[in-house]
Design a protein around this ligand. Structure first.
Ligand code: HEC
Length: 129
């Protein structure tokens, strides 16, 4: 798990150009200080997102390989059904909802951990209301 996290950091470092440093500020604070980022109710999900490979493909407010977490939060209201739907999608991976690029499957994730991550992501909608 540590190695995939480090790989994620390398990918992020390679993607970072001077122009988008400020846009990535919230992603940086999530990586450096997950316990204090985002909604206090979803700390465990925040920590899990930072500890897995997610941030190698997703940033908070900029589209990279995957859609930004902000745009996911704006597309899916925070309902039990959407938490379940997206948690399963993280585990099985796949494409089609945002384009043709595949999300890699995460078959070793526990469904409950995936649900916690989705709750953190969907809670980002609160920042826009
Ligand atoms: C290899 C790159 C990659 C990694 C790693 C990755 N994702 Fe994704 N993710 C994507 C792509 C690409 C999509 C868009 C898939 C689509 O179009 O259906 C996506 C979509 C999503 C969605 C929205 C799914 C939907 O059906 O709308 C969520 C939620 C998500 N990712 C969360 C995560 C989490 C949490 C992790 C870490 C456990 C993660 N992703 C790791 C690339 C990735």
């Amino acid at each position: 798990m540590l190695s995939s996290f480090l790989l994620g950091l390398v990918v992020i470092a390679c993607n970072t150009s001077p122009q988008n440093n400020s846009k990535n500020a919230s992603t940086d604070s999530l990586i450096n200080n997950p316990a204090t980022y985002g909604d206090a109710d979803y700390k465990e999900g925040t920590r899990l997102v930072a500890a897995n490979d997610c941030l190698g493909c997703h940033k908070i407010n900029v589209r990279t390989t995957g859609p930004s977490y902000d745009s996911i939060a704006m597309r899916y209201p925070f309902t039990e059904g959407n938490v379940d739907l997206l948690a399963h999608k993280i585990i099985t991976g796949g494409a089609g909802r945002w384009g043709q690029v595949q999300m890699t499957p995460h078959p070793t994730l526990e469904i409950r951990d995936a649900q916690e991550m989705v709750k953190f992501i969907l809670s980002l909608r609160n920042r826009h209301q």
